[in-house]
Design a protein around this ligand. Structure first.
Ligand code: NDP
Length: 281
């Protein structure tokens, strides 16, 4: 019998704890924690993400500074705004919602954000520190996965973990976090040979691929912990993960659902990073 890992419940509990910590920070230092959220253009998915981030700030007591900029803004003007936010001591974290319009070089913009305010954990400095197992701001989604494992008391030490996906924002930091927590880690990607055999060795299998129901029951070891990071639409337009949940679930000891699994953890970890960024100043 598998156990469902309830991301919504875990996220809600972390937010209650965070709200208390934010309140303590305010009382101790007599100042707010500030998070700047920058959205360029009218991408509807990005608008929803930004709205949810601002709502989460309200919930935990973090002051959000939202910047809604027109699609046509040029790179120089956007850079100027980011540099102002970098210099503003009321702002502890800066988040630039991706993707940016094609005429703006996202790497140039993100490189302006210092590691100390990089609440997404995307900067080379933060990723380098993660690689060296040093204290840093960690990418929100993989950090959320680690919190879920911790919450469920799932041991990683000595376990074989397989991460499918090697993106800079999910797969790679996920693999580093598992490695830092003493798992033996394999990272798979689109060029991996014998993917099924690799996945089948996993005590902990993390799917971060972006392909609906890609992980099938023949790829999962009996009793495995399966973490589904994917957010896709199935043939009926319904939200689903990278794991074929209905077929895989009975082989697992633990499994995350989509929706209600990793998703709610991501924004919660963003709030956590904003608090951590403020707490370090
Ligand atoms: P990317 O597209 O950046 O990376 C996908 C990875 O999957 C790549 O490394 C790619 O390999 C690998 N891959 C693609 N096809 C295959 C295949 N056939 N076999 C093995 N590996 C394959 O995606 P992200 O990492 O940004 O996101 C992954 C998923 O997670 C998406 O569904 C996304 O929506 C979701 N997501 C969810 C979040 C949440 O909060 N729940 C947050 C962020 C993302 P290669 O490198 O060789 O191309």
């Amino acid at each position: 019998m598998y156990k469902l890992i309830d991301g919504k419940k875990i996220a809600a509990e972390i937010r209650i704890d965070l709200k208390r910590k934010v309140e303590e920070f305010k009382n101790k230092f007599n100042r707010e924690i500030g998070l700047a959220v920058v959205l360029v253009g009218n991408n509807s998915a990005s608008q929803v993400y930004v709205r949810n981030k601002i709502k989460a700030c309200e919930e935990v007591g973090i002051k959000s500074y939202a910047y809604y900029l027109p699609e046509e803004i040029d790179e120089k003007s956007l850079s100027q705004l980011i540099l102002e936010l970098v210099d503003n001591s009321d702002i502890h974290g800066i988040l630039v919602q991706l993707p940016l319009p094609k005429h703006i070089n996202a790497e140039n913009i993100l490189s302006l954000i210092p590691a100390s305010k990089d609440v997404d954990g995307f900067s080379a400095e933060n990723i380098g520190k993660l690689c060296m197992n040093e204290d840093c701001l960690v990418a929100c989604t993989p950090n959320g996965v680690m919190k879920m494992l911790e919450y469920e008391n799932i041991q990683t030490k000595g376990k074989k973990a397989v991460v499918v996906g090697r993106s800079n924002i999910v797969g790679k930091p996920m693999a580093l976090l598992l490695l830092n927590s003493d798992a033996t880690v394999t990272v798979c990607h689109s060029k991996t040979e014998n993917l099924k055999e690799e996945c089948k060795k996993a005590d902990i299998l993390v799917a971060a691929i972006g392909k609906a129901k890609f992980i099938t029951e023949d790829m999962v070891k009996e009793g495995a912990v399966v973490i589904d990071v994917g957010m896709n639409r199935d043939e009926n337009g319904k939200l689903c993960g990278d794991v074929d949940f209905e077929k895989v679930k009975d082989k697992c000891s633990y499994i995350t659902p989509v929706p209600g699994g990793v998703g709610p953890m991501t924004i919660t970890m963003l709030m956590y990073n904003a608090y951590m960024a403020a707490d370090k100043t």
